[in-house]
Design a protein around this ligand. Structure first.
Ligand code: NAD
Length: 436
């Protein structure tokens, strides 16, 4: 997924950590701590043998990376995708460390991935692969070590299988080993839309600052999966005009804006947006046109929401991006080269480590509820999420204004200060070399 752009799959981690050097100057962090963050703490590569339905054996390669656990157990999703690679998993784990620190939840960062196209597996094969992967990494995860969650092409049911497998291995029910589980297996209410909702709460804060009238604001959303659908729905409910959405097979555009609940219904029944376009349904009613994923990014809209994969906005297309506000619901959709171009155009980017942190925040709520054995109402989850997202959005926004920097650098600086404080609490060079 990282190899369809100018940044190759081998350097996505290097590209990701470049952001640390920019942010370092504005953060209260020791250089030693910065160096520590450039090296993932644990990297595991596993081979998962799976007996396929036709009797053959296939072996799938997978990874788990714990980037840092100074502030708490590692936290991060498991991705099933044919283009998973180690550099990408390291980058995703690094972003998790920063993300958990941005929103101030007591976790480090981790990530996992298996090289597989899950759409080619039967349900039974998928279950065997999910359980097999957990068997291989079981020694490295645990409620106080490293807590996985869903990511691209993994879902609540898969989290349930994984939790069940881990519980069998350790001989006790351990719901807190994984988040994003089905509700009856210890999942949290409000986890399903948490990522989109977190981005929505960020935009509501920006709406106040910019004095927006929602019905004047036109939005394009790339990626109409879990995260993209929910942010589109919440904004649509508030009167924003979502004029374009896309998935892996292409997108649709409508000048007057889509009825998002109908699009979600049809997309989820048919499994792709093209069906919406091609079958005589919603799009005919709203006069939709076809648009490619590349063209969607370059539409003349007020807010662009990349919510699919990384490396979508690169030095190749950054010049042509017209939206003055980008909300990074996907992880790493903008390369560092593209960042420079967008900065010169004064584009406001709400960075991924803040914009999509709602998901991990409610994952944290799930873990807390699992450990306490006491479950919250959805209203409680929404209210606690809004408190955190609004508070941290404003903290990052203020830091941006204070130093005259872009919001991504401010986000990293905010995260680095928190991580740096945890590292410094154990002593850095200045402490150990100080005369008693
Ligand atoms: P998902 O699998 O539910 O949805 C991904 C969507 O992107 C699908 O609709 C797919 O068709 C579409 N897509 C794939 N390739 C595309 C392409 N080239 N162009 C346009 N669309 C494409 O995944 P998700 O959980 O919604 O995750 C999306 C992004 O959000 C990822 O970057 C993920 O890391 C990030 N994210 C998700 C969560 C979460 O809680 N779900 C949390 C934080 C970050």
């Amino acid at each position: 997924m990282s190899n369809n752009a100018t940044t190759t799959s081998t350097d996505i981690f290097e590209d990701a950590i470049k952001r640390l050097d920019d942010a370092f100057r504005y953060a209260n962090i020791d250089e030693e701590a910065l160096e520590l963050l450039k090296h993932p703490k644990i990297i595991i590569q596993v081979a998962v043998p799976v007996r396929m339905d036709d009797g053959t054996l296939r072996v799938f390669d997978g990874y788990r990376v714990r980037h840092d656990d100074t502030r708490g157990p590692g936290k991060g999703g498991i991705r099933f995708h044919p283009q998973v690679n180690l550099s990408e998993v390291k980058a995703l784990a690094f972003w998790m460390t920063c993300k958990c620190a941005v929103v101030g939840i007591p976790y480090g960062g981790a990530k996992g991935g298996v090289i597989v196209n899950p759409k080619e597996l039967s349900r039974l094969e998928l279950e065997r692969l999910s359980r097999g992967f957990i068997r291989e990494i079981a020694d490295f995860i645990g409620p106080e070590k490293d807590v996985p969650a869903p990511d691209v092409y993994t879902n609540a049911m898969i989290m349930g299988w994984m939790m069940d497998e881990y519980s069998d291995i350790v001989r006790q029910r351990t719901p807190a080993v994984i988040t994003g589980k089905p509700i009856p297996l210890g999942g949290s209410l409000g986890r399903d839309d948490a990522t989109g909702r977190g981005a929505y709460y960020c935009l509501k804060e920006l709406e106040i600052k910019r004095g927006w009238n929602p019905s004047d604001i036109r939005i394009a959303v790339q990626g109409f999966g879990n995260a993209g659908q929910h942010v589109a729905r919440l904004l649509h409910d508030d009167g924003y005009k979502v004029v374009a959405v896309s998935d892996s097979r292409g997108g649709i555009y409508s000048e007057e804006g889509f009825d998002i609940p109908s699009l979600i219904k049809i997309k989820n029944e048919s499994l792709h947006l093209k069906a919406v376009y091609c079958h005589e349904s919603v799009c005919e009613a709203v006069n939709a046109e076809s648009v490619t994923n590349e063209a969607l990014l370059e539409l003349d809209v007020d807010i662009l929401i990349p919510a699919a994969l990384e490396n979508q906005i690169t030095v190749e297309n950054a010049d042509r991006i017209k939206a003055p506000v980008i909300v990074e619901v996907a992880n790493g959709p903008t390369t560092s080269g593209a960042d420079q171009i967008l900065k010169s155009k004064n584009t406001l980017i709400i960075p991924d480590i803040l914009a999509n942190a709602g998901g991990v925040t409610v994952s944290y709520f799930e873990w807390v509820q699992n450990k306490a054995g006491y479950y919250w109402s959805v209203e409680e989850v929404h209210s606690k999420l809004q408190t955190i997202m609004s508070r941290e959005f404003n903290a990052v926004y203020d830091l941006m204004g204070k130093h005259g920097i872009d919001m991504r650098t401010a986000g990293y600086a905010h995260a680095l200060t928190r991580i740096g404080a945890a590292i410094a609490a154990q002593g850095t060079k200045s402490y150990f070399t100080e005369k008693n």
